[in-house]
Design a protein around this ligand. Sequence first.
Ligand code: IPM
Ligand code: MN
Length: 358
Amino acid sequence: MSSNDTLKVAVIGGDGTGPEVVTEGVKVLEAVAKLEGFQVETKDFDYGGDRYLATGEILPEGAFDELAKFDSILLGAIGHPDVAPGILERGLLLQMRFDFDQYINLRPVKLYPGVETPLANRKPEDIDFVVVRENTEDMYAGIGGYLKKGTPDEVATQTAVYTRKGCERCIRWAFEYTRKRDKKKQLTLVAKTNVLTYGHDLWWRTFQDVAKEYPDIKTDYNHVDACCMWMVKNPDYYDVIVTTNMFGDIITDLAGILQGGMGVAAGGNINPEPGGTSMFEPMGGSAPKYTGKNVINPIATISAVAMLLEQAGQKSAADRVIKAIMAVTGTKMKSQAAGKMGYGTREVGDLVVEHLDA
Ligand code: IPM
Ligand code: MN
């Protein structure tokens, strides 16, 4: 947090239902700050599909410097029906991850009370783990190209890049996180060492090396395909998973549905270094068909706010928000699906606020 003890948050509502859900997130953020006695300052930025269509630019000149003045960024959603897939994702979301060196993608996977999971007979105590995904390398690095594009002989390459520094900082952060979380104290590396014998061998060796510094943490390894089976069969087995960017992308969607889906799953793009700018977001997309209808679920965004608070050093505010979310999912909401919550978007936000001092 800044020196004058004001938490400064840049708010990018983005596309579709993004602005509606961030409104509820900011509502909860302001209410909890009042209860906990610290100041919050937010500023809205209109980055997203509409601005891109109007101006041809995604992030204007100076956007990075401007956003860097904030402690954190809250992002609603990106994805516009009139913009080809990939443009906004690369130009905004991935750009921020790279520019701010947000090398940790943190995805808590927690089944809140009252939330339905597709797994039969599973309860909140069975689904409570965290995925730490590397967020700046791998196939996301954008290294590759075409040869003879558009001809029958076309060749395309997309290179997975792994660096010792990149995997080591992520793995070390995951060990620290596992220790701080203080549950099973078990960290599982998820990779594919039997096939990716160079890149994932680097991950494997680094994991072994860093593990020596954490004798109190139990280490474990799963191939990514087996992890997908285990996550469905025995989700209670996991405590913390650390994995590569591409595999992390895939397994966090599987994990996200186990915790109740788009309406509840949130993620953080974290630069843990002092002064680093981190960005928090609900996992759901821009859901154009629900836009402006007050039916989208803001719980994921409010969970993202809890993560933002924790990263900003406001742990007790974060805990308060999570407790309020659990009270609302457990005792109020009928479902986590858009339009079926038993309340509107704004009303769910109000309910969380009402439960903050419970
Ligand atoms: C995610 C998303 C992004 C990713 C997309 C939108 C580029 O799926 O945050 O998991 O692949 O990382
Ligand atoms: Mn994803």
